[in-house]
Design a protein around this ligand. Structure first.
Ligand code: SF4
Length: 468
């Protein structure tokens, strides 16, 4: 068991929900709108399900032959003039990046959004060694100025309102706190970042896909910030998780059709850039990072999570994520993908996350690479129970629920008394923090007077037909 403190997502979600009446509904509304755009885009492509199937199969094939494709990528990238490094874990990744920057005398670096670099906690590592790191993605820069990690893998500051950003910029870059015009706020950050692009000694990116047959990699953004960061400074460093490999360029046709549609409901990101070796007169370093991925690949129940292309669709559709905010997960990855990834880094610390889900299955339905997310969440619950990580109240309530659900007659008897009992149960009992950690920040809905079973017997059963 790790020494890290267990994350309490219910308590953290409560802070987001009770903060005011604005943030949670705004968050929910925006992400649901994104989901509706995704649904419309998917519906407009007749072969959408076929594309998901092919993407899933390509990922499965690549992960099954990962050693081969990694070596092929390394050989081809090296032929193109890139320096390829291998990092076993986050510490090695950070050391490699630091030594490259040190060798080049870089004191300030500009970087684009990368969840892998977040996962490695690279920025604090470099800043503790005297290297200033500037985020060039607008959402990431907002989060950096606020001292917070990203709350969403595609929309890092989506839990903030325009007013929040105006006040943050007033505190940090001296704008008018009452002017929350998004054009002005964007312009301020652009003007702030541009001179740095020109002056900095290094630009850093991640990589959405690394193509084995060419030794090239792709970065998809909407702001073009990765492209400037990679092409203006003389030194470009890209850190790429080893699961980002795909075999051939033609596979990109499948993934590019799925990625932006799933992520934000648009046909493509504004920029889908291929990087093929260093720019003229420049230097390119690619750091291939494991950080637990090989171990995950050996986990029979959980290795499919390595197929993830970080589109965020599972987060946008998740009713728990939309209403509790990404920071409530207390981890690098939030939402359903976070629930299945985070425990692979620290089982005890993230042992509550698998219960941060309704198991509705919507995440699995929208995942463009067909990861069985909700099945994995359920399997993680079993792991946490077997490891003895569940608190006493949860253990007792699951024992009672298991007994009742295994005995239909007791279940039906409880159904009959549940609705009237709820009307009379004292508030302190229903919303008790230990018995119902989610209740403190949410009112329970009114329980229906008629159960679905009774309604079905009365309206849809053969017996009901006979009566009509
Ligand atoms: S698990 Fe699937 S839906 Fe979620 S971010 Fe990854 S690819 Fe997207």
């Amino acid at each position: 068991m790790s020494n890290a403190k267990q994350v309490d997502p219910a308590k953290a979600a409560e802070l987001f929900i009770i903060h005011d009446q604005i943030h949670e509904p705004m968050h929910d509304r925006f992400l649901w709108g994104t989901m509706q755009r995704r649904d419309a885009e998917a519906a407009a492509i007749p072969e959408w399900e076929e594309l998901r199937e092919i993407a899933s199969k390509i990922k499965e094939h690549t992960l099954t032959h990962l050693d081969h494709y990694l070596e092929e990528f390394e050989a081809n990238a090296t032929k193109r003039g890139a320096h390829v490094h291998w990092a076993l874990d986050a510490a090695e990744h950070n050391e490699i990046v630091h030594s490259i920057l040190k060798d080049h005398g870089v004191k300030e670096m500009i970087k684009s959004k990368s969840m892998l670099q977040e996962e490695c906690h690279m920025t604090p590592f470099l800043e503790n060694r005297g290297i200033k790191v500037i985020e060039s993605d607008l959402g990431e820069r907002i989060q950096q100025l606020d001292g917070q990690p990203p709350s969403h893998i595609v929309f890092p500051a989506i839990h903030k309102t325009r007013k929040d950003v105006a006040q943050l910029f007033a505190r940090t870059v001296g704008t008018d706190p009452n002017n929350d015009d998004p054009h002005l706020l964007t312009e301020v950050i652009r003007n702030n970042a541009r001179p740095r692009f020109l002056a900095t000694g290094a630009g850093m990116t991640g990589g959405n896909f690394a193509i084995a047959e060419t030794g090239t990699f792709m970065v998809c953004t909407n702001e073009g910030n990765a492209d400037i960061g990679a092409s203006v400074p003389p030194l470009h460093i890209a850190s790429i998780g080893i699961e980002k490999l795909i075999p051939r360029v033609e596979d990109m046709g499948v993934f590019l059709r799925l990625l932006a549609r799933s992520a934000e409901g648009s046909p493509l990101t504004q920029y889908s850039s291929h990087f093929s070796g260093p720019r003229k007169g420049g230097e390119l370093h690619i750091v291939l990072v494991d950080n637990g991925r090989s171990r995950r690949l050996g986990m029979a129940d959980f290795w499919h999570s390595l197929k993830c292309i970080r589109c965020g669709a599972c987060m946008n559709t998740c009713p728990v994520y939309r209403r509790s905010g990404g920071l409530s997960y207390g981890a690098t990855y939030s939402g359903p993908i976070g629930v299945i990834l985070d425990p692979t880094f620290d089982e005890f610390k993230y042992s509550e996350l698998p219960f941060h889900s309704t198991l509705c299955g919507s995440c699995s339905d929208v995942c463009p690479v067909k990861i069985d997310i909700s099945d994995q969440i359920l399997k993680w619950r079993r792991v946490m129970a077997e490891r003895g990580y569940l608190p006493l109240v949860k253990r007792m309530s699951f024992a009672v629920a298991g007994h009742v659900l295994g005995h239909p007659e007791e279940y039906h008897a409880m159904e009959k008394v549940a609705a009237p009992a709820m009307d009379y149960a004292p508030h302190f009992l229903l919303y008790n923090r230990s018995l119902n950690p989610w209740g403190r920040s949410r009112e329970l809905p009114q329980i229906a007077k008629q159960t679905f079973r009774d309604w079905y017997l009365a309206n849809r059963s053969e017996h009901a037909d006979d009566e009509q």
